[in-house]
Design a binder for this molecule. Structure first.
Ligand SMILES: [Ca+2]
Length: 397
């Protein structure tokens, strides 16, 4: 029995290594300075504390009024990031949630942080404190600009690609409020139990952020939010919807949602069309590291959806990781592409490859950032093997 447990653990570890390798392969670190808003709010705290009444695990009014508590949390957060707890030393500890993350498991949690980036603060993100109404007042958040909430994958982080590349692409285009959910120290490789548990917990805390934005006089309602998640981050976006009480999320983009831990048909446990007004999914490693079946209003299968050009290598791990991670450069390029990733509706890969799907031009849609929210069903498209990946509008021969 113990042997089975260890064998299962090893299998899972290999799977997570695939995902982690994919994340690590494209790591880019950017130096930055964190801004913690300190200017006083012109609006009484008591007024906004009342609006914050529906948030999950919300702090008490005493906490809302206690700035010292907020400062302590920020200091604690920094210490945790600088000194993560020691990894577990036994199989039993691996399945103990407290082995890597310290209780209490309530939101907000110092290991799940929200960094606001605007065009003016690209290198000086502002840490949002959902217990403090002043935090949003004194930040550069502008409710007139689109709000993008980016959720990285396993072993990702705000200073790693694709978070960094997404920010750069959006700020090249215009003004946005980009909130990076950084939970990099929440789910770590040795703590397998947390890899299943952490996404639900993370979703709950992101819902607290969404409710904070919805209740705040200078915030936005959930239908103005665009959540996008890569790999397990896609499911976290879906799980977030389970905890939002103040409306429905406007859009969720799933970037090759991982299949690991998400192979059941329990829609409350993963990303599905009920989680937002519009859910678009891009598949690049379907059936291997990514989910196979369609799970959004619109599902895009790129180059067949499973194997990506330019990813072949001598290492099977590198090849599979490359297929999985390739989804992010496709989406990033879509933000500023002049020709776009045009896709056509088609029921399956076989018909697409044979050129049997030949719909009228009016049925083609753009994949990626500028997808029409009216898109429904399964779409296929091909890309170039190297940048620029977009082929523009291409009709089957
Ligand atoms: Ca769901």
């Amino acid at each position: 029995m113990a042997g089975c447990t260890i064998a299962s653990y090893q299998t899972l570890l290999y799977l997570f290594t695939f995902i982690a390798t994919g994340e690590i392969l494209c790591q880019v670190r950017n130096p930055e300075r964190i801004q913690i808003p300190r200017v006083r709010s012109p609006v009484p705290i008591a007024a906004t504390a009342q609006n914050n009444a529906n948030v999950i695990g919300r702090p008490s009014n005493k906490q809302l009024a206690n700035k010292q508590s907020s400062k302590s949390q920020q200091n604690s957060s920094r210490l945790l990031q600088q000194n993560p707890p020691a990894p577990p030393v036994s199989v039993k500890e691996l399945f103990n949630s407290s082995s890597c993350v310290e209780p209490p498991f309530t939101c907000p949690h110092p290991r799940i942080q929200f960094y606001l980036y605007t065009r003016l603060t690209q290198n000086d993100p502002e840490l949002l404190d959902v217990t403090d109404p002043e935090s949003l007042y004194t930040s550069h958040f502008n409710p007139k600009h689109p709000v993008k909430i980016i959720i990285h994958g396993f072993q990702g982080g705000r200073n790693l690609s694709p978070s960094t590349d997404l920010r750069n692409a959006y700020f090249t285009r215009g003004n946005y409020n980009i909130i990076i959910v950084d939970y990099s120290t929440l789910a770590q490789i040795p703590c397998l139990n947390q890899v299943e548990w952490a996404p639900r917990f993370c979703g709950m805390c992101i819902a607290q952020l969404a409710n904070y934005l919805a209740d705040h006089p200078r915030g936005v309602p959930p239908d103005k939010l665009h959540l996008m998640g890569y790999s397990v981050g896609a499911h976290i976006a879906g799980l977030t919807s389970n905890f939002i009480k103040s409306g429905k999320i406007g859009r969720i983009t799933g970037l090759d949602p991982t299949i690991i831990f998400y192979m059941s048909n329990n829609r409350s446990r993963d990303l599905d069309p009920t989680d937002a007004h519009f859910v678009d999914i891009i598949h690049t490693a379907a059936g291997i590291l990514g989910q196979w079946g369609p799970s959004g209003h619109a599902d895009f299968y790129v180059n067949g959806g499973t194997s990506q050009p330019g990813c072949a290598s001598d290492s099977i791990i590198q090849t599979l990781s490359c297929d999985h991670t390739k989804v992010t450069p496709y989406f990033i390029e879509s933000i500023n592409s002049n020709i776009g990733f045009w896709a056509l509706p088609c029921s399956n890969r076989f018909y697409f490859n044979l050129g049997l799907c030949n719909p009228p031009e009016s049925e083609y849609v753009l994949m990626g950032e500028h997808v029409t929210h009216k898109a429904r069903g399964i779409y296929y498209l091909n890309t170039n093997a190297k940048k620029p990946y977009a082929k523009g509008f291409v009709k089957p021969k």
